[in-house]
Design a protein around this ligand. Structure first.
Ligand SMILES: NC(=O)C1=CN([C@@H]2O[C@H](COP(=O)(O)OP(=O)(O)OC[C@H]3O[C@@H](n4cnc5c(N)ncnc54)[C@H](OP(=O)(O)O)[C@@H]3O)[C@@H](O)[C@H]2O)C=CC1
Ligand SMILES: Nc1nc(O)c(N)c(N[C@@H]2O[C@H](COP(=O)(O)O)[C@@H](O)[C@H]2O)n1
Length: 262
C-alpha cells in the first residue's frame, strides 16, 4: 500500500473546526464521511470499489483517519473492497481501529484480508467486528475470533433491534466502553442512509464531510439517499446542514457541515 503525503496546511486549516473535540462525552464524536459522484453514487455497483477521490481529497480522508480512534464500514463494503482502513500518511502517530457491522458473520475474514496483513506489519489495527450476539458461539465465528485476537482484533456481540439492525446508540456505547472517543463512518450507502434516515440517528452525527468528485456514475450505482421520515401530520422536513463550508481540493470539492437539530 503506497504512502500518502500529509494534507497541505491550506486544506487542513479550514477542515479543523469539523474534527472531533477532545474531552469526555457521553458518546464518541461521530464524523460521517464519504466520496460521491454528482449523481449521489458512491460506487458503480454494490460489489465494486470505485475510486472517486482525487489525490488531495484522498489525503484529506487519511488526514481525518489520523484524528479518529476508529473507522466504521458495513459488511458489504468490507466484502467488496477488502479495505485497509488504516492511515497511510507518512509518519502517522496512531492508527484507527477498523469496525465492521456484520450482523450475520458474512465476512469470511482470513489472515490474507488487507486489514490483517496491514496489522501484521504494524501499519494498522486488526478489526472489531460487530455481530449479532447469537452467532458468537458459531464454530466459524469462534475460529475467526481466535485469528483476530492474535492481532488484537475481536468479534463483539450486540443484540439486534426490532428492525433486525444494531441500534446506532448501542453501537456507539459499545465502542465507547472499549475506549473509542471518535468514530469515522465511511459507508457504504446502507450504513449512511440509515444513519441519515431518522432525526434520532442524525442527532448522533457530530460532523459531515463529503467529497464531491466531478463525475456521474450513471444509473445502477450505489446511491446515498436516506428514506424520508414523515411526522405525525404526514409532512417531511428535509434535514439540512448548518455551519457549511465548501473546500475546493484540486478537481474535487469537499463539503463540511453539521446536521441541524430540531
Ligand atoms: N465512495 C465512498 O466513500 C464509499 C463507497 N463504498 C462503496 O459502497 C458499496 C457498499 O455499500 P452497501 O452495499 O450499501 O453496503 P454497506 O457497506 O453499507 O453494508 C451494508 C450491510 O452492513 C450491515 N449493516 C449496515 N448497517 C447495519 C446496522 N445498523 N445494523 C446491522 N447491520 C448493519 C448489513 O449487513 P447484512 O446484509 O448482513 O444484514 C447491511 O446489509 C461498495 O461498493 C463500496 O465500495 C463504501 C464506503 C465508502
Ligand atoms: N474517501 C473515499 N474516496 C473514495 O473514492 C473511495 N472509494 C472511498 N472508499 C472508502 O475507503 C475505503 C477504502 O479504504 P482503503 O484505501 O482500503 O484503506 C473503502 O472501503 C471505503 O470505505 N473513500
Amino acid at each position: 500500500m503506497s504512502q500518502i503525503s500529509a494534507l497541505p496546511e491550506e486544506y487542513a486549516t479550514p477542515l479543523a473546526p469539523y474534527l472531533p473535540l477532545l474531552g469526555p462525552h457521553e458518546l464518541p464524536h461521530l464524523t460521517l464521511t464519504y466520496a460521491t459522484s454528482l449523481d449521489s453514487a458512491i460506487s458503480l455497483s454494490p460489489g465494486t470499489q470505485t475510486h472517486l477521490s482525487g489525490p488531495i481529497s484522498k489525503a484529506m480522508t487519511h488526514h481525518l483517519r489520523s484524528f479518529h480512534d476508529a473507522i466504521l464500514v458495513g459488511v458489504s463494503t468490507a466484502v467488496a473492497d477488502d479495505p485497509g482502513l488504516n492511515c497511510r500518511i507518512e509518519g502517522a502517530q496512531s492508527q484507527p481501529i477498523p469496525v465492521i457491522l456484520d450482523p450475520s458473520g458474512r465476512w469470511e475474514i482470513t489472515e490474507s484480508a488487507r486489514v490483517i496483513e496491514t496489522a501484521k506489519v504494524g501499519n494498522g489495527r486488526a478489526p472489531l467486528i460487530i455481530i449479532d450476539s447469537k452467532y458468537l458461539d458459531n464454530d466459524n465465528v469462534v475460529q475467526r475470533n481466535k485469528m483476530l485476537q492474535k492481532y488484537g482484533g475481536k468479534y463483539i456481540g450486540l443484540d439486534l433491534d426490532e428492525k433486525g439492525r444494531f441500534d446506532w446508540r448501542s453501537i456507539l456505547l459499545a465502542l465507547k466502553s472499549l475506549g473509542v472517543e471518535s468514530l469515522m463512518v465511511e459507508g457504504g450507502a446502507t450504513v449512511i442512509n440509515t444513519l441519515l434516515g431518522t432525526d434520532e440517528t442524525r442527532q448522533l452525527i457530530g460532523s459531515v464531510i463529503v467529497t464531491f468528485a466531478p463525475t456521474w456514475l450513471g444509473q445502477g450505482g450505489v446511491i446515498v439517499s436516506p428514506k424520508r421520515e414523515f411526522d405525525d401530520e404526514g409532512k417531511y422536513e428535509p434535514p439540512r446542514l448548518k455551519e457549511v463550508k465548501w473546500i475546493p481540493m484540486d478537481q474535487d470539492v469537499v463539503l463540511c457541515g453539521r446536521v441541524t437539530r430540531k
